[in-house]
Write a protein that binds this ligand. Structure first.
Ligand code: SF4
Length: 407
């Protein structure tokens, strides 16, 4: 024995890693053990609006801080320009022809503009945005540290306020706070209640307090509702013909009357019906295929949808007991995962989990086909490394910047 110490590098695990393990071990196995991902996520997958909107929000807040020396109006403009640029960068690629991609771009741009108008410039004098942290997984009572895994996460922001400030309807005392942006389908009482006790943010607050060696006063939640309005597509020829056939059937039955066709006092039932049929046939001749909704009309509808109710802010203040509970849950989960790994057991959670969030699981075709090699090779690929994904994002941002400069 030389007495030399060997440092074992722990595997860094994210919140989504543990959530996937909780939801379905088979999905976790595909995603985190074998690092497989679907080759294509449809542009209007709800995650895309959430992801793009979140990315833009991060940029907006970072720019507000970077430009702190500027006048408020100039700060706002700079932050908004950067946020909209990020939306453009994330929605590149055939934007002129891709209906769904255009829609993500419109919804996220309008969301950011409405957000900027809803909340005034925060007067924080210190803010760390898009900030990574590592934190050991430790038993909260025995303080035993897990030798295999540690938590790694990205905080949307950490704020140190030197004077009282408002967050939504709440007064906040000076101190250290965590900021969390959430873009969700709904932002009602149910969502607020869930987020108030969300173990992920509680653990992030714990990690922040540990790192900064200072108590965290609370978590500043910034909720935004996703606009659910769809942009009308052009009617297909087949759909038009179906609609026309249905209209014709109703016209010939004398059912197309509208306000113009009312029975006159002296008119017989038969004459009235004949008049209604003639009116219906005349209207049938006017039917046309419905055109797609223009971007301008769609933008106006999305803009009108973003009322102040779509933006909610509240403060969560986790108790010491909640923090200890969240740490214990993480510790216990890590032990369960180790046990599953050692035994080589993978439990599928076949059922509602396969359609969680109202969409099929990314691995459904693979899972149901018993891992058909053809499906595996055509619909899936090995995930890009985080560094490659970041490099792709940076390249897309640079491209959007150059396009913006030439427009
Ligand atoms: S399809 Fe269902 S069982 Fe299969 S990985 Fe997805 S969630 Fe799990």
């Amino acid at each position: 024995m030389t007495g030399e110490l060997v440092q074992i590098e722990r595997i860094r695990t994210s919140e989504s890693f543990w959530k996937a393990f909780d939801g379905c071990q088979q999905r976790h196995h595909y995603s985190y053990e074998r690092k497989i991902e679907p080759t294509h996520v449809p542009p209007w997958d709800p995650r895309n609006v959430g992801d793009v909107g979140h990315y833009a929000l991060d940029a907006y807040h970072l720019e507000l801080v970077r430009n702190s020396a500027k006048e408020p109006a100039a700060r706002f403009d700079a932050a908004m320009a950067e946020a909209v640029l990020r939306v453009r960068a994330k929605t590149q690629g055939g934007i002129e022809t891709n209906h769904e991609l255009r829609r993500v771009r419109i919804v996220c741009s309008e969301m950011i503009w409405a957000y900027g108008g809803r909340w005034p410039d925060p007067e924080w004098n210190w803010f760390k945005g898009e900030d990574w942290f590592n934190c050991p997984i430790e038993h909260p009572v025995t303080h035993e540290v897990c030798q295999w895994f540690e938590d790694r996460g990205k905080r949307d922001g950490v704020v140190r306020a030197s004077r009282p400030f408002r967050w939504g309807d709440e007064e906040c005392v000076p101190g250290l706070y965590l900021v969390e942006h959430k873009v969700r389908a709904h932002v009602g009482d149910r969502e607020i209640n869930i987020m108030r006790h969300d173990p992920q943010t509680i653990l992030y607050a714990y990690a922040t307090a540990r790192e900064e060696m200072e108590q965290v006063c609370g978590i500043l939640f910034n909720l935004i509702a996703k606009c659910p309005i769809e942009q009308r597509r052009a009617e297909t020829q087949a759909d038009f013909e179906d609609r026309r056939a249905d209209f014709e059937r109703r016209a010939r039955a004398g059912e197309i009357r509208g306000n113009k066709i009312r029975k006159r006092k002296e008119e017989s039932e038969e004459d009235f019906r004949q008049r209604a049929v003639e009116h219906g046939i005349e209207e049938l001749g006017k039917l046309e295929r419905e055109a797609a909704e223009s971007d301008e009309d769609y933008t106006a509808r999305v803009r009108a949808w973003h009322t102040p109710d779509a933006f909610v802010r509240f403060v969560a203040r986790p108790t010491a007991a909640e923090i200890a509970r969240a740490r214990m849950d993480r510790w216990a989960r890590a032990q369960l995962y180790l046990l599953a790994k050692r035994n080589g057991l993978i439990v599928r959670n076949r059922g509602e989990e396969c359609y969680a969030f109202g969409r099929p699981c990314d691995y459904l075709p693979l899972c149901d086909s018993g891992e058909d090699p053809e499906i595996l090779n055509s619909d899936y690929r090995i995930k890009r490394k985080a560094k490659e994904a970041l490099a792709d994002d940076a390249a897309a941002l640079e491209k959007a910047r150059q396009e913006g400069a030439t427009q």
